[in-house]
Design a protein around this ligand. Structure first.
Ligand SMILES: Nc1nc2c(c(=O)[nH]1)N[C@H]1C(S)=C(S)[C@@H](COP(=O)(O)OP(=O)(O)OC[C@H]3O[C@@H](n4cnc5c(=O)[nH]c(N)nc54)[C@H](O)[C@@H]3O)O[C@H]1N2
Ligand SMILES: Nc1nc2c(c(=O)[nH]1)N[C@H]1C(S)=C(S)[C@@H](COP(=O)(O)OP(=O)(O)OC[C@H]3O[C@@H](n4cnc5c(=O)[nH]c(N)nc54)[C@H](O)[C@@H]3O)O[C@H]1N2
Ligand code: SF4
Ligand SMILES: [Mo]
Length: 720
């Protein structure tokens, strides 16, 4: 029987509403949902490809165990879970709890069940060796918000639909569809901005797809955004364009920062930033003079050498120009299910509460920087990682010096992965536990509700029924957690209550927990029978979601510091200014090129290359090189050339492109599928190379230990 199911896409942060047509439990068509309250009919080729992933014959459908010959053999769930728990407990008994490591990959952020079980699982394991995609993604943004506002998830969202001046730094929303800016159809929104007379300025070492649509492209030198932004703030301070009285009412520590700004005067940083002093000055004055304006920075900035300072400086510029909390500026959401509030209640928010064993790098939101994972596995001593659990991740391709990690994983005593594919990372696992996957699970926006350009609340039903025996991610995690002696809450007394309640037929589910959060939240019905407020039942009756209105001005509600003021002078950020000052004095090696990353519409990090429609056509994993740099290295368009960094030397196909700022080369990440070829037959046809073979695990950002994946020094030469 045919049916149509409306559901949020869980692939990227745009969170588009899709319509799935289903016949006999098979998806036969995927279309945009024109009535979705958030996306209003937007879709991209990846969203349409969700059905191809779901029905991919290479996808794992039952637990598998690796045999001595390296082949994966099916085993039963009970056998698999019992084996995993036995081995993890054994490693813990012999070597202590920290001997078990965990890596949580990107898709967890779209998975409310797994997110809610994270604390329970980590408590049951008792390890501090948790790693995640955060240190390749948002940890700098989280730490900046933690210090500024007292909450890592107090994330300002650009008011893209009303602003008159959008300063977009190190982000390519036309391709990525927005990051920490959940606003489907960025192309349409940025066109609308220009049609209403607004200005789009893109700061990027490459003339990206977004830069091509912009009024102005500023081809910054990689890694120098923090200097550029502090320089712009300096211009506003020096020209007396800052409303000091207002600033001092809402923030503390301005004097300490202001004292540091003269180092960043435009003429002093112009060379290092690669942008003329006159341009920096003009950009600052235009930003402050526009009727409304907002600065927004993402991956290009978070993953460069000064990511935390630059994320902080983005907000500082917004604040100094009076744009934080102002209409058309940087606003905060008011979500129905509020991650800030959830973390405030259950704990877990924070930064720097413990450090990694080998290099002393700090945790952020409970996770240590993944740049130190390989050495934590390789370095003997108490607390050495000997067993690893990975969930929805592929750190061999996504974290720096992936080849080292690949070797380290091969030396583990035991590894278990929860994933739908055998990939470059999970191929090392002794056991792989595959979930029924997204389309067979229900969905609630939790993380991205925090960064939506409009407040909406949605619940999505599963599109298909799981096949007999299949389990949702959260069911796998819960089973593991319980077999390890823990419970879903990760709070001993509460888990005891939940266990007792089960005897009376109560079964914990993540969605029921979120119902509680929803009902007691700002829009909730508070369990009152005739209330107009929200509960899950109401969301279920609204298949296209419920619109809760535009983002509201003001920032006070998101400032959680006890004094209710923004803190501009946290010591780690002032120290980071010192690190940047020291680097400004360094003269770069004229032979060196700086490697940066990019994304493409048909890619999704490291894992959708087994969908034929997404990899067909021209080769995408190519190194973009400016013609002048190519001439110097004596390499021609379309040739293989040798790319060399501190950690790796290997060949890569070159494409000449005047999009690149001279001295900068660009390679997308997430490719390099040769080692997973036996299990991903489509990806095997276009394996590409992994950008993270060249990035350096020993070179990390100073505040959070973020992986530096943009601005990596490399050399290029002809393949002789
Ligand atoms: N199609 C597609 N969409 C995706 C993803 C995907 O893989 N494919 N991944 C999703 C994920 S997980 C994320 S986090 C988001 C990320 O979304 P975005 O933050 O928009 O990231 P990118 O598209 O990589 O764009 C980063 C830009 O920064 C530039 N850049 C590099 N170094 C620097 C620098 O030092 N300074 C400045 N100013 N710019 C620099 C690069 O040239 C690039 O154009 O995208 C999400 N959406
Ligand atoms: N050089 C460079 N490196 C980067 C970046 C960059 O810009 N440049 N970007 C970084 C960023 S922003 C990110 S987010 C990371 C991402 O890197 P990772 O965290 O390693 O995640 P992915 O590459 O997205 O791999 C996701 C894995 O989860 C599996 N999977 C998909 N859906 C599900 C699910 O619902 N359940 C389970 N259990 N498994 C699932 C897929 O099969 C795949 O194996 O890469 C980072 N690496
Ligand atoms: S833009 Fe992102 S959320 Fe929207 S359909 Fe594409 S992958 Fe899915
Ligand atoms: Mo990401």
């Amino acid at each position: 029987m045919a049916k149509t199911v409306h559901r949020t896409c869980t692939l990227c942060e745009a969170c588009c509403g899709l319509s799935f047509e289903v016949e006999d439990n098979r998806v036969v068509a995927v279309r945009p949902d024109p009535d979705d309250v958030l996306s209003r009919g937007h879709v991209c080729p990846k969203g349409v490809a969700m059905s191809a992933v779901h029905h991919d014959p290479d996808r794992l459908r039952t637990p598998v165990r690796r045999d001595d010959a390296g082949r994966f053999q099916p085993i039963s769930w009970d056998e698999a879970l019992a084996l995993v728990v036995e081995r993890l407990v054994e490693v813990r008994r012999r070597h202590g709890a920290d001997a078990v490591g965990v890596y949580l990959g990107n898709p967890i952020v779209h998975n409310h069940g797994a997110l809610l079980l994270r604390k329970g699982l980590m408590t049951a394991l008792g390890t501090r060796n948790s790693f995640s995609a955060g240190s390749q993604d948002t940890s700098p943004r989280f730490a900046a918000s933690h210090y500024l506002y007292g909450s890592s998830f107090a994330i300002p969202v650009p008011d893209v639909d009303t602003t008159q001046y959008f300063l977009c730094i190190g982000a390519n929303p036309l391709v990525s569809n927005g990051s920490f800016l959940t606003a489907p159809d960025m192309r349409g929104r940025l066109r609308a901005l220009r049609e209403r007379g607004g200005r789009l300025v893109v700061v990027d070492p490459r003339r990206s797809e977004t830069a091509r649509e912009a009024d102005e492209h500023v081809a910054v030198r990689p890694g120098s955004d923090a200097a550029l932004l502090l320089s712009m703030v300096h211009v506003l301070a020096a020209r007396d364009r800052i409303d000091r009285a207002r600033l001092e009412r809402s923030a503390v520590g301005w004097e300490a920062v202001a004292a540091r700004l003269p180092t960043f005067a435009p003429e002093r940083v112009a060379d290092a930033v690669g942008v003329s002093a006159a341009t920096i000055e003009r950009l600052a004055l235009e930003f402050a003079g526009a009727p409304s304006s907002v600065a927004y920075s993402r991956i290009g900035v978070c993953n460069n050498a000064h990511g935390t300072l630059a994320s902080y400086a983005t907000d500082l510029l917004n604040l100094a120009a009076g744009r934080l909390g102002a209409p058309g500026g940087a606003l905060f959401s008011s979500p129905a299910i509020d991650i800030v509030e959830i973390l405030r209640r259950i704990g877990g928010d924070g930064h720097g509460r413990w450090r990694s064993r080998v290099r002393g790098l700090p945790e952020t939101l409970g996770d240590l920087p993944a740049a130190t994972l390989a050495e934590e596995i390789e370095t003997p001593g108490e607390g050495q990682i000997r067993a690893l659990l990975t969930f929805a991740g592929n750190p061999v391709l996504s974290t720096p010096n992936g080849r080292r990690l690949d070797r380290a994983l091969a030396g583990l005593e035991f590894m278990v992965s929860i994933d739908i594919y055998v990939n470059e990372t999970t191929r090392h696992a002794d056991v792989i536990l595959p979930p029924a996957w997204s389309l067979a699970e229900d969905h609630v926006d939790v993380i991205f509700a925090d960064v939506m350009a409009r407040n909406v609340a949605r619940w999505s039903p599963p599109v298909v029924e799981p096949e007999p025996g299949e389990r949702a991610d959260w069911e796998i995690l819960l089973d593991l957690t319980e077999r390890l002696g823990g419970g879903p809450a990760g709070i001993p007394w509460l888990d005891r209550v939940l266990r007792a309640a089960r005897r009376f037929g109560y079964r914990w589910t993540p969605t029921a927990t979120l119902d509680l959060v929803l009902r007691t939240g700002p829009y909730g019905d508070r369990f009152l029978p005739f209330s107009q407020g929200l509960n899950m039942r109401k969301l279920r009756r609204a298949p296209h979601g419920i619109d809760l209105g535009p983002l509201q001005p003001g920032f006070e509600r998101r400032v959680l510091h006890a004094d209710r003021r923004i803190h501009l002078d946290a010591p780690p950020l002032l120290a980071a200014i010192g690190v940047l000052e020291a680097e400004l004095a360094r003269r770069p090696d004229p032979e060196e090129l700086l490697l940066v990353g990019r994304r493409e519409v048909r890619t999704n990090n490291s894992w959708m290359h087994n969908v034929p429609a997404l990899v067909a056509g021209r080769e995408r994993c190519v190194l973009l090189v400016h013609p002048d740099d190519a001439a110097r290295a004596q390499v021609a368009d379309g040739e293989l050339a040798v790319l060399q960094s501190r950690v790796h030397e290997g060949s890569v196909r070159v494409r000449l492109s005047d999009e690149m700022r001279p001295g900068v080369v660009s390679l997308p990440h997430g490719w390099g599928h040769a080692s997973a070829a036996p299990w991903q037959r489509v990806a095997a046809t276009q394996p590409g190379v992994s950008a993270n073979d060249w990035t350096d695990d020993q070179w990390v950002e100073s505040v959070v230990g973020q992986s530096i994946l943009n601005g990596v020094p490399v050399r290029l030469r002809a393949l002789s």
